[in-house]
Design a protein around this ligand. Structure first.
Ligand code: SF4
Length: 98
């Protein structure tokens, strides 16, 4: 199962090709989310992480991200792959705030 940076090829994970030019994304570094939906750090729960860098810009707070991430093909893929084991945004945010 892939993480968002592998699926999207953004290159903003540690060692990624776009780090120098565009900076790193907080998602691959969010260790509190490690293992959620089978991801490395927040790699399969990125929609719940504030300040992610998808589409070339900072995505802002979770509330601001809802519209964009709700139509993201990666989020839909994770939901489908996890089936009944899918951990939703509310539970991810609860984990991140502990
Ligand atoms: S959330 Fe961050 S690491 Fe994941 S695809 Fe988007 S920019 Fe890349």
């Amino acid at each position: 199962m892939d993480n968002c940076w592998e699926f999207k090829g953004c290159g903003r994970q540690p060692g990624g090709h776009a780090i120098e030019e565009l900076g790193s994304c907080p998602v691959p570094l969010e260790s509190r989310a490690s293992g959620i939906n089978g991801g490395l750090n927040a790699g399969r729960s990125c929609w719940a992480v504030a300040g992610s860098l998808c589409d070339g810009k900072v995505q802002g707070t979770f509330a601001k991200k809802l519209m964009n991430c709700g139509s993201c093909s990666f989020a839909h893929k994770v939901m489908k792959e996890q089936g009944g084991e899918f951990i939703n945004a509310a539970n991810i945010i609860a984990t991140l705030s502990t």
